[in-house]
Design a protein around this ligand. Sequence first.
Ligand SMILES: *[C@@H]1O[C@H](CO)[C@@H](O)[C@H](O)[C@H]1NC(C)=O
Ligand SMILES: *[C@@H]1O[C@H](CO)[C@@H](O)[C@H](O)[C@H]1NC(C)=O
Ligand SMILES: *[C@@H]1O[C@H](CO)[C@@H](O)[C@H](O)[C@H]1NC(C)=O
Length: 455
Amino acid sequence: MELAPRPVWQLLLLFLGLSTGAVLNWPEEQGKEVWDYVTVRTDAHMFWWLYYATNPCKNFTELPLVMWLQGGPGGSSTGFGNFEEIGPLDSDLKPRRTTWLQSASLLFVDNPVGTGFSYVNKSNAYAKDLATVASDMMVLLKTFFDGHKEFQTIPFYIFSESYGGKMAAGIALELYKAIQQGTIQCNFAGVALGDSWISPVDSVLSWGPYLYSMSLLDDQGLAEVSQVAEQVLDAINKGLYREATDLWGKAEMVVEQNTDGVNFYNILTKSSPMSAVESSLEFTESHLVRLFQRHVRHLQQNALSQLMNGPIRKKLKIIPEDCTWGGQANNVFVNMEGDFMKPVISIVDELLEAGINVTIYNGQLDLIVDTMGQEAWVRKLKWAELPKFNQLRWKPLYSDPESLETSAFVKSYKNLAFYWILRAGHMVPSDQGDMTLKMMRLVTQQEEGGPGWRV
Ligand SMILES: *[C@@H]1O[C@H](CO)[C@@H](O)[C@H](O)[C@H]1NC(C)=O
Ligand SMILES: *[C@@H]1O[C@H](CO)[C@@H](O)[C@H](O)[C@H]1NC(C)=O
Ligand SMILES: *[C@@H]1O[C@H](CO)[C@@H](O)[C@H](O)[C@H]1NC(C)=O
């Protein structure tokens, strides 16, 4: 379904009195937006929302198309990524100064099915592994590009966050194959993995040393965190992925107890009171629910949920009455339990071998997917050019050219680039909007010094 933008006064009439508190005013300037559902399998319906780039000097046809994938699994791109990170409006429906829409058209997809406004009709229709997540997305992308031929030749990039990075890797590889086979018409130009869950055990193993170096663990705490991290490693080495997911949850509790409740998403920001309460609970059978609460619920806090289930669903018009934004997210997470801790380093190797441009970016203050852990799995790549990449020196980046404050470092060789984003936690665009927008422009070849940069 496609809807032309409506006059602002009409939207105001629609929403007056319907918001749950603050009065929401839609900004005057709105570009073209379209959205729809695609049935990707029997009983599995995926929701997407496209914004055409709004640049005062450039037609959207001169700018790339970026698909954004949220984490969780179960976090909503159309909600969290859109309104909290990179979309044209923030969650108060105020224009976002650092929106990526000024430099790209944006495609938000609620995946896996059951996430955000996506839904399943039968409980056996949830995705249980990355292969299903990727094949579902191929159905969506084929439908999208067949129906929007104007985007078939525009450079298409996938950007992602957290578990979305793991999905992005799997999806990128399937998309590459589909293009080779001629089943999807698309100018695929690269994938960017943000604070991505590529090798979970490398994250867990680096939690101790990272926290210790940041004065967030004492000697005893370091020993305890390292001990439980070894248990996670052991389970993964034995291929016991469900058990590894349990132990991962246990490792988080050990971290919380030893750090006075550090915030896993930004170690310099105190976490919400919720997790302090939870850390005092015993580790119980309901650990998956608890993990969900910690890692997905924060992506759909009350205010965002009220926005999505209030004014936004009214605007979209096509959301089934009995479908609640975020209502099935818990099931999405639980169904992926067996896949959660599986590494996909070999998929990144396949992407690199295939010549696909791969960008890795990570927030300096992220704990859940800390930068040390990312560097650890990058060292495990079998890619033949890796030694040359490793020999390179990094280069500083400044989001404000007038400022002496370093915003990031970047290193790039052939089709691999790594961005170290300073003063950012897990949600890099929320914490460092200017630098992340600049990075997106570098990755998509809109600024000098991007992946093509050499020492
Ligand atoms: C932008 O490009 C499209 C497709 O080529 C064209 O139809 C449209 O008129 C252009 N818009 C402007 C404002 O130039
Ligand atoms: C599928 O689920 C949606 C959302 O809950 C609902 O509106 C629709 O009626 C269901 N369809 C069938 C065939 O059960
Ligand atoms: C991929 O990266 C290479 C090397 O950095 C660069 O020259 C090329 O333009 C990039 N391609 C795209 C489509 O971004």
